[in-house]
Design a protein around this ligand. Structure first.
Ligand code: NDP
Ligand code: VSD
Length: 326
């Protein structure tokens, strides 16, 4: 007779191994890599903050880089900065992503794109009740509709590329695009929208060897954030502080690594990794190891998520209490 302890042990070992094997066999799309060196990387919002750090990094890694934004002054400044620190020349394009014709002309002038980084974004925090619909529209138009304009303009050329290896479309979301945050109704909506766009688009372009990445940074030290913090409701800051802040260069490294490994979901810090596991849902997952972590952690991570919500609602409750008594 077999030792019952031994069979229990082998069962405990076999179960995870069987699960790993199953996940290895079924994860889709299959793992892929997207080379950066000698490829054309086109970055919207590449003149400032995260986009600029990405442009700098991609240029240092040997890519041909194009950046697009509204202000020519900021674009020229970014170009000079990258030229001075790497010796590499970056092409600049002036366009507002809300203007499809202008974006289309820029994309055509830039030439066929291998890696498209849709990074432009604006954020005006504030409770919806105090926010004008003009501000809501501003965020949705630039962050969401603007992303459609950029992708629509670039996609035909990207699909036409022949024998030039795997392509990538990366979208800059935000941790506020994984969970709704006080003061971000319009911003979160615009960033959640990118997720639907990305999930559907990946199915549509997989046959063209184009790989979609969704990047989820926490608060990141950029000129945009400096402006934003001047107007932030206190509760927005309290809740956003649940995730550690990052430097633009750190986010750019995570983003570029995510693009190169063709990861669909790209978290940027530890809290971001937890958020990604908690919100895995029906998103594609190429890594069977990450899929394994998602399956095994599902229950416990839901408890952690409820703990965060408990903490946030306690802060909201306290804040209202204090503001009534003063
Ligand atoms: N900083 C943060 O804390 C976080 C930022 N993000 C996201 O990262 C992205 C970059 O943010 P960040 O680097 O902080 O922002 P910045 O404000 O520093 O830079 C934004 C860039 O987008 C460009 N841009 C803005 N509006 C338009 C437009 N209508 N058409 C074309 N280009 C435009 C800006 O140039 P110009 O004004 O000249 O057009 C600039 O190059 C955004 O999508 C943001 O939502 C996500 C999580 C955290
Ligand atoms: C198990 C679950 C773990 C949960 C961890 C939760 C952390 C959530 C923090 C959300 C931070 C939102 C930052 C938005 C940044 C941004 O986009 C603005 N700066 C505008 O640019």
């Amino acid at each position: 007779m077999a030792d019952p302890n031994l069979s229990l042990l082998s069962l405990l070992l076999l179960l995870p191994l069987a699960l790993l094997l199953l996940l290895y066999l079924i994860v889709r799309p299959r793992p892929a890599t997207v080379p950066i060196k000698n490829r054309h990387v086109f970055i919207t919002g590449g003149s400032s903050g995260i986009g600029l750090a990405l442009a700098h990094r991609a240029a240092s890694e040997g890519a041909r880089v194009s950046i697009l934004a509204r202000s020519l002054d900021k674009l020229e400044e970014a170009k000079n900065y990258i030229q001075l620190s790497t010796g590499i020349d970056v092409a600049v394009f002036v366009a507002d992503v809300r203007d499809y014709d202008a974006v289309s002309k820029a994309v055509e002038a830039a030439g066929p794109i291998d890696v498209l980084v849709v990074n432009q974004g604006v954020f005006v925090p504030g409770e919806l009740e105090k926010q004008g619909l003009d501000e809501v529209r501003f965020m949705v138009d630039i962050n969401l509709i603007g992303s459609f304009n950029v992708i629509k303009a670039a996609l035909p050329g990207m699909k036409d590329r022949k024998d030039r290896g795997p392509g990538s479309i990366a979208l800059m979301s935000s941790q506020a695009g994984q969970v709704g945050i006080y003061g971000y109704t319009a911003y979160s909506a615009s960033k959640f929208g990118l997720r639907g766009l990305a999930e559907a688009l990946q199915q549509e372009v997989i046959a063209d060897d184009i790989h979609v990445s969704l990047i989820f940074p926490p608060d990141t030290d950029t000129p945009g954030l400096t402006e934003e913090t001047k107007k932030r409701p206190q509760l927005t800051s309290i809740i956003a502080e649940s995730s550690g802040a990052m430097k633009a260069e750190e986010v750019a490294k995570k983003a570029l690594d995510g693009i190169k490994s063709a990861s669909f979901i790209v978290p940027c810090n530890f809290e971001g990794l937890l958020l990604s596991i908690a919100t895995a849902g029906l998103s594609p997952q190429r890594s069977f190891i990450m899929a394994f972590v998602e399956v095994v952690a599902a229950g416990i991570i839901r408890i952690a998520a409820l703990g965060f919500q408990w903490n946030w609602y306690t802060s909201i409750h306290k804040w209202h209490g204090q503001n009534k008594s003063t």
